[in-house]
Design a protein around this ligand. Sequence first.
Ligand SMILES: *Cc1c(COP(=O)(O)O)cnc(C)c1O
Length: 447
Amino acid sequence: MWGLDAGMRAQDDSHDHDHWVALDKAHCWHPFTPQDLWCDPQHDPLMLVKGDGVWLEDDAGHRYIDGNASIWTNIHGHAHPTINQAIQQQLSKVSHSSYLGYAHPLASELACELAAQFPDSSLQRVFYSDNGSTAVECALKMAIQYRMQCGEAQRDTFVAFIDGYHGDTMGAASLGGVDAFFARFRKFGFPVEFVRSLEELRALECLGRVAGVIIEPLVQGVNQVHVWPEGMLAELRAFTSEQGIHLILDEVMTGFGRTGKMFACQHEEVVPDFLCLAKGLTGGYLPLAATLVREEIYDAFRGDRSRAFYYGHSYTANPLGCAAALASLQVFAEEQTLERLPAKIQQLSEALQQLQQASPWVHSTRQCGMVAGVELRARDGQAFPANRRVGDAVCLAARQYGLLTRPVLDTIIILPPLSINAEEIHHIFTAITQAISDTLGDSAEIL
Ligand SMILES: *Cc1c(COP(=O)(O)O)cnc(C)c1O
């Protein structure tokens, strides 16, 4: 069976495993995790120790396909020689130097390459930070400070889409629409109006107070891979321009080829005012983020000291991260990563259709490029009771067949590294098919 044939755990490794788990349970606190479940004696966490291409290996030597690209970050596979070498080369020079008060060559090169992805110098200014949340956080602060410095301080509100996800720092989180994550902190964040659609946005009475609209273009990942209607982004761009409202695109997940083009906004030839990038920026190797802005926004921060953007992090523009990001862009060119996507996207689409036809439990499948969701429901078309945690159970079962991924509720996310090949895509679907039938039975009649 896939994943289980890679060798038995050696005696002393097993000792190490128990040791690491004990230390973890004694001292570590995992993200988005109910710790009592995690620390339950029955729960034996997977210890991942190695990666190679789309494969991850645990401390017992079992191999798994990285079916969600290590939480949506990995692009070209693990331990890619070009990216590894670029990091090592920079490592031998300097690992980190402050970007506050100093510059470094790779940050300059990377900013130039990112800006070159957009036509006519439309997004030519790059502000670095560390992760997706901070990429969004600083776009929001820039958007507000911009208004203050342009005599439009009344524009102090954001519009965000219901069920969107923009990260977990306070400002970014306040624009998130997933109540389980954000409801308890709602009163601490930015003023925000939530809308479900472009129509609801158009109907808002407070448009004159809106600084910016934020959206995950084309597809909301955390919202169970909710795909926006075609053309919606271009319409949103036209409407926001007409209203003098900034368009903030959160491409933290969709950036770097996930949707089939380098950036999701390129499908509808949209250029935003702010573009937030993180996860895939370094190929998924190191934490680095970038917020790209139009030059006219940057211009509002010029002048005397009081107009400066007082924001930054200790590891801003980390040189190792910049080395990885430049190498990732090099791999895009050398391996023709984008050019090779259409065939993979087609295969993914056919496999999703087949899975839906073959399994009585697959209510619907959703796809945007290399991002897919498989929604499981009971045979009457109703959602399973939340406490059954069907999505979790299926993903756990899939490990037996050499696949790692995570669900959002009962939607299984398939979001592999873009370097995945046809055989590996096939493997993902074999594993999911098996895991669904192991968890729920072969026939819809069983429940
Ligand atoms: C993951 C994600 C973020 C947050 O990024 P972090 O690096 O986890 O802080 C923000 N927006 C979107 C769309 C994301 O998928």
